[in-house]
Design a protein around this ligand. Structure first.
Ligand SMILES: O=P(O)(O)OC[C@H]1O[C@](O)(CO)[C@@H](O)[C@@H]1O
Length: 361
């Protein structure tokens, strides 16, 4: 594997030194946190910006983190791998605000606001007509770009394709048509609009008979601000029932008869790439095709490393136990399988480029 990306990277440094303080300001604004939680958040910020990585003796999940440790405890945060450090940061954030005692999702107010957004019904008006395969696939992809005007998805697809650095959409469509009906697992990313769009894609696969069963893998706890937990999946399914079209009701029925399953796995909040996924998860992902959503899952899929962007996608994911589709808006420095068209500086992290990549063992 190429060298791993660490917090020494200017992009990762910016995440820890600019985005995290802003996140903490918003959390303290959104919640009536008392002096203890506020002090714990301030201490966490200071530690992750200047201190050493530590693991509390009485942490309830100490054994898990010792298992996931790669000799990072006791070392400076500034030298840690970006993926490992970000993941542990969110675990510590949850501890600081008492999540493991109260069960109150610190990001809940942001997620709720998105589902209550006054523009949501209008943005999903296109659902009134049953989307075809490409539109459903693109909705799931571009759901990963939070600020997308969703009418674009059903409209001018040429503009969208121009932004793709890798486009295996035809191979994805042909794959589903050839192997249908197939078991499909979604390794979910964000709640809110992204999850609503993923649900629309899942409904399309079930309704058209391309999927025999769809399993949604959510995060075991709140993570990376907006990542979907099991609770978020329930909330989004309910919200989808109020949006135009009938996807929400169909998925509700699919859940009732066992064609839609919702689950989680502890490894989805591990600070490690999928190369080291446990055998029970690998066994699950070997049963059909897996759709990996979003930037964080992409980093975990290929490894959060300094790949040459022209490296074939298949070379980076050949360890997978079965076929896979990766749908991602590029928001971090990791890129594989990109075409060689010239792009402006910073294109990897700008959040304006996207990729659709398919792996068949
Ligand atoms: O929601 P997504 O698509 O997984 O993106 C999350 C991304 O945001 C960051 O936290 C900061 O850019 C990345 O580290 C991470 O990959």
């Amino acid at each position: 594997m190429p060298p791993v990306i660490t917090l020494e990277s200017p992009f990762a440094h910016q995440v820890f030194h600019q985005r995290h303080p802003e996140l903490f300001r918003r959390l303290m604004d959104a919640h009536p946190y008392g002096p203890d939680e506020r002090a714990a958040l301030e201490a966490l910020l200071a530690e992750t910006q200047k201190g050493t990585i530590s693991l509390a003796d009485d942490a309830f999940d100490r054994d898990t983190w010792l298992d996931w440790d790669r000799r990072h405890f006791g070392k400076p945060w500034a030298k840690a791998p970006f993926l490992w450090a970000e993941s542990y940061f969110y675990r510590l954030l949850l501890g600081a605000v008492g999540y493991f005692d109260t069960g109150v999702d610190p990001f809940g107010p942001f997620k709720t606001a998105e589902l209550r957004s006054s523009t949501l019904d209008n943005d999903y008006a296109w659902l009134a007509e049953q989307p075809h395969f490409d539109a459903a696939l693109m909705a799931s992809l571009y759901g990963n770009r939070a600020d997308l005007g969703f009418q674009l998805i059903a409209g001018d697809s040429a503009a969208i394709h121009d932004q793709l650095v890798a486009d295996d959409s035809a191979a994805v469509r042909e794959f589903f048509q050839r192997v249908a009906p197939v078991a499909v697992t979604f390794v979910l990313d964000n709640a809110g609009r992204e999850l609503l769009s993923d649900l629309v894609f899942a409904d399309h696969l079930l309704t058209t008979g391309l999927a025999s069963v769809v399993t949604l893998h959510a995060k075991p706890y709140p993570y990376f601000v907006s990542d979907a937990t099991m609770t978020d999946v329930g909330d989004c399914l309910r919200r989808l029932r109020d949006l135009p079209g009938d996807s929400g009701n169909r998925l509700h029925e699919a859940a009732a008869d066992g064609r839609l399953k919702i689950r989680t796995h502890p490894f989805h909040s591990a600070p490690l790439s999928f190369h080291t996924m446990p055998s029970d998860l690998a066994e699950e992902l070997s049963r059909g095709v897996t759709v990996f959503k979003g930037d964080l899952n992409y980093r975990r899929l290929v490894g959060d490393c300094r790949w040459d962007p022209s490296t074939p996608f298949a070379d980076a994911v050949s360890y997978l136990p079965g076929p896979a589709v990766a749908l991602r808006i590029l928001k971090s420095e990791v890129v594989v399988g990109a075409d060689d068209r010239p792009r402006p500086p910073g294109w990897e992290t700008a959040g304006t480029y996207a990729s659709i990549q398919m792996y068949r063992p």
